[in-house]
Design a protein around this ligand. Structure first.
Ligand code: C2O
Ligand code: CU
Ligand code: CU
Length: 418
């Protein structure tokens, strides 16, 4: 830390991790770990991440959910070559939220994230600190992703063009058969009979989750930070790239209870909480969490339509936006700096849609939901409208499907803010 700026050094490099007990798994990790080190900063504190590429391949660092100047956004073609060091400068003029960082190399994001290039990035602020939410060891990040392992411990990536299984991999996206939480399969966390805050990131390449503990879950936040008020859910749906900030009260259980977090979408275990002690709990979930202004649809100057469909690329499988594959030198939308716009998405199959730079609000019957998202699941044959204000920084940004195989197979487009 120097002056009002926080500096972090990250090195992307190969390493060997012990993911599955008894096996050695080669990974690509930030600082050689998977997930990468958690970066923690505060609203309005300039944060500089100095990335050294110790890999033999180019990489790009993107802060997902960051309100970031274009030069530091990690554009897919803005490569950090092997051996090079690059500074990413984040002003952090944004509210407290659970963000994450990951590789964003054009055409190779899927395999490079699969190998391990992803980590958690927390932004805190005074508004959130003043709330009596669970803190310290009762604030637990859960970075959830799926991987598959070969008998020798490696995590083979099937989506290699020309290899068997590649076409399927690029249709549905690459799925694993082992769920990892913070890099470990089906971990167990010992908990007190108290409230815990779980900050969940779906860091999977392609798998959506529907998370359930079998009891009530209170959602307090989403991609862009706190909700205006808590909401109680039976299950939390998270598509790739999305985050959910949750509170679970283990005081509803007895000592000795084992509470499983399960994925109802695939009927699988994610992790387990073993309730092993009584403990005082002075946390609470306030009825009012935050003030979230709604963007005014009447202030939108432009409405754009984007259709997400499958297509045939070079005789193989591809994914298109408005009939076109991503082209780095084509601008698909030119947005005025400071403008509010409505973007209407339609789909054939389901796609998690993610915008860089601008957080948005989903419109329901034309009215914005008071919560900030940067990724939203567009379900099969659905039409979804979102409203966003493109303020802060001019420059070149992308939006794309966050199924990473769809992204790599060209379901990405460019918008310029001018
Ligand atoms: Cu999380 Cu453009 O990506
Ligand atoms: Cu992003
Ligand atoms: Cu998609």
């Amino acid at each position: 830390r120097r002056g009002d700026t926080d500096y972090y050094d990250l090195t992307a490099r190969q390493a060997v991790a012990a993911v599955i007990p008894g096996l050695r798994t080669p990974i690509w990790g930030y600082d050689g770990v998977f997930p990468g080190p958690t970066i923690e900063t505060r609203r309005d504190r300039r944060t500089v991440v100095r990335l050294t590429n110790g890999l033999a391949a180019p990489t790009v660092l993107h802060l997902h959910g960051g309100h970031t100047p274009a030069a530091s956004d990690g554009h897919p073609t803005d490569l950090v070559l092997p051996g090079a060091t690059r500074e990413y400068d984040y002003p952090m003029t944004q509210r407290a939220a659970t963000l994450w960082y990951h590789d964003h190399r054009m055409d190779y994001t899927g395999p490079q994230v699969w190998r391990g290039l992803a980590g958690l990035f927390l932004v805190r602020d005074d508004e959130e600190d003043a709330l009596p939410l669970p803190k310290g060891e009762r604030e637990v990040p859960l970075v959830i992703c799926d991987r598959s392992f070969a008998a020798d411990g490696t995590m083979p990536y099937p989506g290699v063009p020309g290899k068997p299984g590649a076409k399927e991999a690029y249709m549905g996206g690459v799925l694993g058969d082992v769920t990892l939480v913070n890099g470990a399969p089906w971990p167990v966390l010992k908990v007190a009979r108290a409230r815990y805050r779980l900050r969940v990131v779906n860091a999977s390449n392609a798998r959506p989750y529907e998370l359930s503990t079998g009891g009530p879950i209170v959602q307090i936040g989403t991609d862009g930070g706190l909700l205006p008020a808590p909401r109680t859910l039976d299950a939390v749906r998270l598509s790739p790239g999305e985050r959910a900030d949750l509170v679970v009260d283990f005081a509803a259980h007895r000592i000795g209870d084992r509470v499983e977090l399960r994925d109802l979408a695939d009927d699988g275990r994610v992790m387990r909480f073993d309730v092993d002690r009584d403990a005082p709990d002075d946390s609470a979930i306030p009825a009012v969490l935050s003030k979230v202004d709604r963007l005014d649809p009447a202030s939108a100057t432009v409405t754009r339509d984007f259709e997400f469909t499958s297509g045939n690329l070079h005789g193989g499988t591809g994914w298109l936006i408005n009939g076109k594959p991503y082209a780095a030198d084509r601008v698909d939308a030119t947005v005025k700096l400071g403008a509010t716009e409505i973007w209407r998405f339609t789909s054939d199959v389901s796609h998690p849609i993610h915008l860089h730079l601008a957080h948005f609000q989903v419109l329901t019957d034309g009215a914005p939901n008071p919560e900030w998202k940067d990724t939203v699941e567009l379900r099969e044959a659905q039409t979804l409208e979102v409203i966003a204000r493109f303020d802060g920084y001019p420059g070149r940004y992308v939006f794309h499907c966050h199924n990473l195989e769809h992204e790599d197979m060209a379901m990405m487009a460019t918008f310029d803010v001018i």
